[in-house]
Design a protein around this ligand. Structure first.
Ligand code: FES
Length: 576
């Protein structure tokens, strides 16, 4: 432990358990009611374990066991562990989109910590939104915490072929639609693509976000590449439990750790991973909770100088298990050390540089040397223009290079259902040059900005061998998706952004090198079209959706609720 800065009397939980009064009698007697002895909880820091497990969260199905490993570490270090279940936000089962509920989990995390006698927390998450959500809430609460990642699942297998989460689903679905694989092969793939607990094992949103969180300094060094079913994973869970107790005595809070340096480290690592485009929303929101403004232009600036060195699908060839064996997240950051702020702080109590000092790359193809990258720059690019005044996003390494500079006629869909039936129409008026446009799929239009941005290709073009086209939307796309997909168009169509003015047949040009997106319609005509535009959906009359629609920000702002940004400022609960 570094210098202890807190004494027992300083602990937040002492407000509940310490005083000799009627209220504290109640708290102690109810702890005894749960079968604990006084020495179990008296005089100890109380550690919340925010657990995003549920029976409908396959990526976190190992969490019931891992909670016990975390608790073991907390007991060992002299703390008192308490498990607090939170929304599990399964990417697979939550509809219409987990993004609709990211802010709800963030609120839940913050308020679970505030309302209870908690001195510090372990955040157990990993499946896409559970990482930014729990971290956002805990940053705002500003108690010591460690994020404990679920870890990636094992590699997928099908007929001797290695499968990657998500990416191979889209790939083989295209083959099925083209008639090149059988139903039996499709069924075999369904049974072989997700073989264990853990998060998607491609560089999708889950691994992107957990690794970025490590780059921010909010996990133990090396935690984020350990596969869920590796014996190192429960050992890491125990280490989280031991370390959080030390952090509480050290009073090492997120506000002591996060600063401009940590955010810049996250940007560098994101680009070296060719990480998910979703990170561009989540990192903006996470940084804003810490009071650190982050403009999308900074993603682009970093993308221009950081090579993609993680050779992991969908942009590369390998999977997360291979990445871990090759040295994992510490080795990746060791390779990037000349580009990182090594003096940035971490939850481990050491600097980022100290945490990676002895890391070694064991496979130069999986984690490439800086001078042999899979792309010299540009894991992501931000485009601006009259179609996206506040920006939109593309992942160039995941697109066919011929489409990175392209002009074609728009084919516009107002709703996902309309698009899904049209793409199967053999008479659809589309060629490989057509620019597919989907709108009303943004934060408010979706609602919740669903991952519809990898628009399906028209069946007749698939049968002709076409495997990529330019697609534009105000939606997001899965981090495991790929293609020339332009996403997060801001402002979105549902609030009258220029995307609402596009008509089928309008020419659209994208030029990734020039960072531009242009609708070949005059400003006057765009304004005239928008003057007669009507919002496509009625307001939500009540409930969480109403709160969401009234307060969610646009994609370039991180999609947080306006009343949640920042940290602190809320009084401690009264205890009477
Ligand atoms: Fe949970 Fe991909 S579905 S991480």
């Amino acid at each position: 432990m570094n210098n202890p800065r807190k004494s027992l009397a300083d602990l937040r939980s002492q407000r509940w358990f310490g005083p000799e009064d009627l209220r504290s009698f109640g708290h102690r007697s109810r702890a005894l009611q749960m079968g604990y002895e006084r020495e179990d909880f008296m005089g100890k820091p109380i550690v919340a374990i925010i657990n995003t497990w549920s029976d409908l969260q396959p990526c976190h199905q190992h969490f019931p066991a891992r909670v016990e490993h975390v608790k073991r570490g907390i007991w060992q270090a002299g703390g008192f562990p308490v498990e607090l279940p939170a929304l599990s936000l399964s990417e697979s089962f939550t509809k219409p989109s987990t993004m609709l509920y990211r802010n709800l989990l963030a609120m839940e995390t913050e308020e679970l910590l505030r309302q209870h006698p908690i001195d510090g927390a372990i955040l157990m998450g990993g499946c896409d939104k559970t990482t930014p959500a729990t971290v956002m809430g805990a940053i705002s609460m500003d108690l010591p915490f460690i994020f404990m990642p679920a870890g990636p699942m094992m590699r997928g297998h099908f007929g001797g072929t290695i499968l990657g989460s998500g990416s191979d689903v889209w790939k083989y679905w295209a083959e099925k639609e083209a008639g090149t694989i059988t139903n039996q092969q499709w069924n075999d793939m369904e049974a072989g693509i997700a073989r264990s607990a853990g998060t998607c094992m491609t560089m999708g949103t889950a691994s992107t976000m957990t690794i970025i969180t490590e780059a921010l300094g909010l996990t133990l060094p090396g935690a984020t590449s350990i596969p869920a079913s590796d014996a190192a994973h429960p050992r890491m869970a125990g280490a989280c439990g031991r370390r959080i107790v030390e952090m509480i005595w050290e009073d090492l809070k997120p506000s002591d750790i996060l600063d401009q340096r940590s955010v810049e480290n996250a940007l560098v690592v994101h680009n070296a991973l060719a990480g998910s485009t979703n990170a561009m929303i989540h990192l903006v929101a996470m940084a804003a909770r810490a009071g650190i403004p982050l403009d999308l232009k900074e993603f682009d600036e970093v993308a221009g100088r950081v090579p993609v060195i993680a050779n992991i699908r969908p942009s590369g060839a390998w999977l997360m298990e291979d990445f871990h064996i090759a040295g994992g997240t510490r080795a990746l950051m060791k390779r990037l050390e000349g580009l990182l702020h090594l003096d940035a702080r971490t939850v481990a109590g050491v600097s980022l540089g100290e945490g990676i000092a002895d890391a070694i790359v064991h496979n130069d193809d999986v984690i490439r040397p800086l001078d042999q990258p899979i792309a010299a720059s540009g894991g992501t690019a931000i485009l601006y223009g009259n179609l996206a005044p506040h920006g939109c996003v593309i992942k160039p390494p995941a697109a066919e290079p011929r489409l990175l500079q392209h002009t074609g006629p728009a084919l516009v869909f107002d709703h996902y259902d309309e698009m899904s039936s049209a793409v199967n129409d053999p008479d659809l008026d589309a060629t490989a040059d057509t620019v597919l446009v989907l709108r009303n799929a943004g934060p408010i239009g979706g609602p919740g900005m669903p991952e519809w941005g990898m628009l399906p290709l028209p069946k007749k073009l698939l049968q002709q061998g076409v495997r990529d086209m330019v697609r534009i939307s105000d939606a997001r796309m899965s981090g495991t998706s790929y293609g020339a997909c332009i996403l997060h168009v801001s402002p979105e169509a549902a609030i009258g952004g220029p995307l609402a003015a596009v008509r089928t047949g309008d020419l659209v040009t994208i030029d990734v090198a020039a960072r531009s997106i242009h609708l070949h319609v005059s400003d006057e005509d765009i304004a005239a079209r928008l003057a007669t535009w009507k919002a496509p959906r009625p307001d939500y009359p009540r409930g969480y959706n109403r709160l969401f629609a009234q307060h969610v920000g646009q994609a370039h702002e991180g999609c947080d609720f306006d009343f949640l940004e920042g940290a602190g400022g809320i009084p401690e609960p009264e205890i009477h």
